[in-house]
Design a protein around this ligand. Structure first.
Ligand SMILES: Cc1ncc(COP(=O)(O)O)c(C=O)c1O
Length: 433
């Protein structure tokens, strides 16, 4: 797709080139609220409808080609339709998609996680169907194990969409970011500013009802994470890393390997299942022992955490996960993705300077989020304008984030940097930046 478009014409050009997406979104509005199945896929004035994808690229219903940076919401470290995953899925689909029984693939999948993720070594694994299920269950497990009710999270940290995860997302942090959350849930989550050791220490010293601290270790740095590790260990509070995004991306063993700090429990999803649905809790065997069945009625009734779930360890997710992790365990995979992201960072920084736009591109490893520090329109609106402008240049970011895979190469980087430069011009001329 040509990247030379005149500024101020984003909506007109999108309407011309993406008429099929516009028509499908109009139809979808009669089916789904807002016409979408995930809040993050919503776009104004219409969402993007794709037909297929391969490696770092995807195609929409109008035949437009995009370099993809949505990356399956972060699941596709190996790009779209990696041959090893496609082969494993095709084979398993013909052999049964749900066996209603335990199977070898789930065992191998779990063993791989134990081999790769530091906090799983010598510990146990529990598969769920999504990252949200994993974080919901890990909080319950932490409460059950410690006998304490309250969990501490960081202000603004996203852990999915269950009731507890709605807390401390946006100010005021002691209120949920969703309607429909019961009062008991509100009272069982406390929060602190991210990356502030003193605030966490003060909180932990002021209360004795904290079961766990849950942390997203993205860009956190070893010093901060080690301080949190020490604070929690000293006080008998569990430390949970939510590695739904960082797992297998920062390093084969995730952010805990990258920063060299090991939590008691870890939540995983996304790359874990190679682009299919799946999540996991991993950690100390003693803690995951709360899932054990027993004839002891008192244990079963009062100590144990039950865990059914139709799709736990699903054969398709298991074989895709095995194929993915066998490749992602080689650090060369993460290094390729990071090198491509570094190319974006350099090119974007040059474009921001050239166009005189206040902003920066950050993130370690293969996540390259862009932030505009002096936008002229509200952030949510700018997000749609930015994504729309980038699409006209043949690149599709995940909002302001560029999630890079090991299949992105120089051709993709060059095209994306040019699209970014053009997007800045268009957004400046229409008065968004
Ligand atoms: C850090 C983190 N935790 C949990 C989740 C929820 O995972 P899922 O979308 O699989 O429910 C997400 C989703 O993006 C996430 O970024």
């Amino acid at each position: 797709m040509a990247v030379t478009v005149r500024a101020g014409q984003i909506d007109r050009l999108r309407a011309e080139r993406m008429a099929g997406s516009a028509a499908l979104h109009a139809r979808a509005r009669n089916v789904f609220p807002d016409g979408v199945t995930h809040d993050g896929r919503y776009m104004e004035p219409f969402a993007l409808y794709c037909t297929h994808a391969q490696g770092p690229r995807k195609w929409d219903v109008d035949g437009n080609e995009f370099v993809d940076y949505f990356g399956g919401h972060g699941a596709l470290l190996l790009g779209h339709s990696h041959p090893a995953i496609v082969e494993a899925l095709a084979r398993q689909a013909a052999r049964g998609t749900h066996l209603g029984a335990s199977h070898e693939a789930e065992v191998r999948w779990g063993e791989l996680v134990q081999e790769i993720v530091p906090s799983a070594r010598g510990g146990l694994v529990k598969f769920t169907s999504s990252g949200t299920e994993a974080t919901m269950l890990v909080l319950r497990l932490a409460r059950a194990f410690t006998g304490k009710e309250t969990v501490c999270k960081a202000n603004g940290a996203f852990h999915g969409w269950h009731d507890y995860a709605t807390m401390a997302m946006v100010p005021p942090y002691d209120e949920p970011n969703s309607a429909g959350i019961p009062r008991g849930v509100r009272e069982s989550i406390v929060s602190v500013p991210p990356r502030e050791v003193a605030a966490l220490r003060a909180l932990l010293d002021s209360r004795d009802d904290i079961a766990a601290v849950i942390v997203i270790a993205d860009g956190a740095g070893t010093d901060y994470l080690q301080a949190v590790r020490n604070l929690t260990s000293e006080r008998g509070v569990l430390l949970i890393f939510d590695e739904v995004v960082t797992g297998f991306r920062y390093a084969p063993g995730g952010a805990q390997e990258y920063y060299g700090v090991t939590p008691d429990l870890t939540t995983l999803a996304k790359i874990l299942a190679g682009g299919l649905n799946g999540g996991a809790i991993v950690g100390r065997a003693e803690i995951l022992g709360r899932f054990l069945q027993s004839e002891d009625e008192s244990w079963a009734r009062h100590e144990r955490v039950p865990h059914p779930g139709t799709y736990n360890g699903n054969p398709l997710s298991a074989v895709a996960g095995i194929a993915c992790l066998e490749i992602a365990r080689d650090p060369a995979t993460q290094e390729r993705a990071t090198a491509a992201a570094n190319g974006l960072r350099a090119g974007f920084a040059e474009a921001l300077a050239r166009r005189g736009v206040a902003g920066k591109v950050g993130g370690p490893v293969s996540l390259a989020p862009v932030s505009f520090t002096e936008p002229k329109i509200p952030g949510r609106k700018l997000l749609h304008r930015f994504r729309a402008a980038m699409q006209l240049g043949g690149a599709d970011p995940s909002g302001f984030n560029f999630i890079v895979s090991a299949t992105h190469g120089q051709a993709e980087i060059d095209q994306t940097v040019e699209a970014f430069d053009n997007a800045l011009v268009m957004l400046q001329e229409e008065g968004s930046l």
